[in-house]
Each structure stands twice: as structure tokens, then as C-alpha cells.
Design a protein around this ligand. Structure first.
Ligand code: R5P
Length: 296
């Protein structure tokens, strides 16, 4: 029991200062509950409104991808520079120290390996487990136009229903099949579908006319890095995406397959959070990487 309030100091109710009622900083996310917003607020930096998410969930269908043969050796040194880690619960529990205070986005879908039809995914994780490991979001792919389009859409909507019950945001990932045209028209369709179906954040690929993609999507978009590019090109892509309305990157290979991954993630951070021009960020990359310019 607290003791009785017998202070002689006059109480101050600050009656001249109305209580603030600020909108949540992420677009389209103002009407969620406290826990839901708190999770998003751990993924996205509330100052810049953006995130550098480090994606290394590739093993869930690709096995030990180049650069991810030993995530304990290649990924853990990068973790301090990421705002959030996108990974599987298997790698989380086996290799990530619980003391690492980073937001996590858990891959929640799975099924086929690279040997089979990739769109034949199902939800492969119970929401209770995401809560148990204190995840900040869960992710599933939507294969718009793919062989199992409807199944993947139902994966998303089922995950959103389960997430809404416990305050867990869902990251909808637009998976683009090998034979699909990766252009603004397709990406607008796929990202908007993810948002309409309840994804709180959407991950997609950068394409020309990206500002129309971000404009047509009512929730934040983060871009995947895609296949490994020369570092300057990857920084230019991140810069263009941010300038055209992306709320960050969810980048994997262009960071962990870089010749100097720590230098690369530091450079990406500058582009994402500080609007640094890609050429300047590349100079930083070279300085931190101690590489010769022609090698990058
Ligand atoms: C792909 O299936 C994985 O979910 C990755 O998270 C995603 O592709 C982003 O990684 P990257 O930047 O290597 O494309």
C-alpha cells in the first residue's frame, strides 16, 4: 500500500495544457490497438518513419543460401545495425540470443522447397508461437497471378485474422513468379491487394514509377533487395524507393552477400534514415569496407 498523499505542495493539473492526441506516425496504421502499434513502432523508427529490416529467411525454402551457410557467423555481426530482423522461428530460437533487443518479423509461411512449385505455400506457424517469442510481425507471401493465387491469399487473410486477435501485424510479401512481368502495373495490383486484405505492411520489389505504387497502397511499403547488385546500384535502388515513398527496405542478399556486409548495412541506413544520396553513401561504404573503388 502506498502511504497517504500528505504532500504540502499544491497539486498541478496543468489545466492550460490540453492532453496531446497525436496520430500514429505510420500511414494507414492509426486505427490499430496499442500493442499492434507498439510492435510496428519497434520495427519502424518513429523519427524517420522508416526501417532497415535485414532479411535472412531465405533458408525456409532454399536451405543454406550463399551468405547464410552460418548465420551465427555472418548475420549476428550485422544485427546491431538493423532496425528489425526478418527470419524463421527456427533460426531465431537456435542462433539469435534472446538478449538481442531487436524487433523480429517471423516468416510464417512454408511448404514447398525450390524443387517444387513455390506458390503452393501454407501457413506454417501458429500465432501463439509468434507471441511466445515476442515477434513484432509475421510474414506470408501472396502469389498474385501465380498457380496457387487464391490459396496464398487465404494464407494472408487467415494470418491477418489470427494476428488481429493478439495484436500482431502481418507483413504481406508480393512474390513475383519467374515468368511474370515485374512492372508498376503488376506491383500496384499485388501491393494494393495485400493492403486491402489486411496486411499492415507490404513488402515488394522496386520498379520504375514506384511513386504510383506507394501512392496506391494505403499502408507502408518496404522493398526487398532482390538478387545481388553492385553496392552502388543497390544503394541507388534503395534511395529511389525511399524518395518515391517507400517506408524502408527489407534487404537480404544485397547486404549479407556484399564483400563488406557491415559497411553495406551502415550505408543503407544512411540512405534510408538520413536521405543520404547513394553516391555519398557509397563513399561511406568504401571507407568502412576499406575496399578499392573498382571492386564494388
Ligand atoms: C524471400 O523469399 C525472402 O523472404 C526474403 O526475405 C526476400 O526475398 C528479401 O530478401 P532479398 O533482399 O535477398 O531479396
Amino acid at each position: 500500500m502506498p502511504e497517504a498523499d500528505i504532500s504540502k505542495v499544491e497539486k498541478n493539473y496543468y489545466t492550460d495544457q490540453p492532453q496531446k492526441n497525436e496520430a500514429f506516425f505510420l500511414k494507414g496504421c492509426n486505427n490499430y490497438d496499442w500493442g499492434f502499434k507498439n510492435r510496428l513502432g519497434r520495427i519502424f523508427n518513429c523519427e524517420s518513419g522508416r526501417t532497415v529490416m535485414l532479411a535472412f529467411d531465405h533458408g525456409y525454402f532454399q536451405g543454406p543460401t550463399t551468405g547464410l551457410e552460418r548465420p551465427d557467423i555472418t548475420i549476428l555481426p550485422l544485427a546491431p545495425y538493423a532496425d528489425a530482423l526478418m527470419l524463421t522461428r527456427g533460426i531465431l530460437r537456435s542462433l539469435i540470443p534472446p538478449s538481442l533487443a531487436k524487433a523480429t518479423v517471423l516468416r510464417a509461411s512454408g511448404g514447398p522447397s525450390i524443387l517444387k512449385e513455390l506458390s503452393n505455400e501454407h501457413i506454417a506457424m501458429n500465432m501463439e508461437d509468434a507471441v511466445r517469442v515476442n515477434a513484432c510481425a509475421v510474414a506470408t507471401q501472396v502469389f498474385v497471378g501465380g498457380e496457387n493465387e487464391t490459396q496464398s491469399v487465404m494464407n494472408l487473410t487467415n494470418l491477418v485474422d489470427a494476428g488481429n486477435r493478439v495484436g500482431m501485424p502481418v507483413l504481406g510479401v508480393t512474390a513475383v513468379g519467374k515468368d511474370m512481368v515485374r512492372d508498376a502495373k503488376y506491383i500496384r495490383l499485388a501491393t494494393r491487394m495485400c493492403a486491402e486484405l489486411g496486411a499492415a505492411v507490404v513488402k515488394t520489389y522496386f520498379v520504375p514509377e514506384f511513386e504510383t505504387v506507394t501512392a496506391a497502397c494505403p499502408v507502408p511499403i518496404v522493398i526487398a533487395g532482390g538478387r545481388k547488385l553492385p553496392e552502388l546500384d543497390a544503394l541507388k535502388m534503395a534511395y529511389e524507393a525511399i524518395q518515391q515513398g517507400a517506408a524502408g527496405v527489407d534487404m537480404g542478399r544485397n547486404i549479407f552477400q556484399s564483400e563488406a556486409p557491415v559497411a553495406m548495412i551502415k550505408a543503407v541506413r544512411k540512405v534510408v534514415h538520413d536521405n543520404m544520396k547513394p553516391e555519398q553513401a557509397f563513399e561511406l561504404f568504401l571507407a568502412h569496407a576499406n575496399l578499392k573503388r573498382h571492386k564494388a
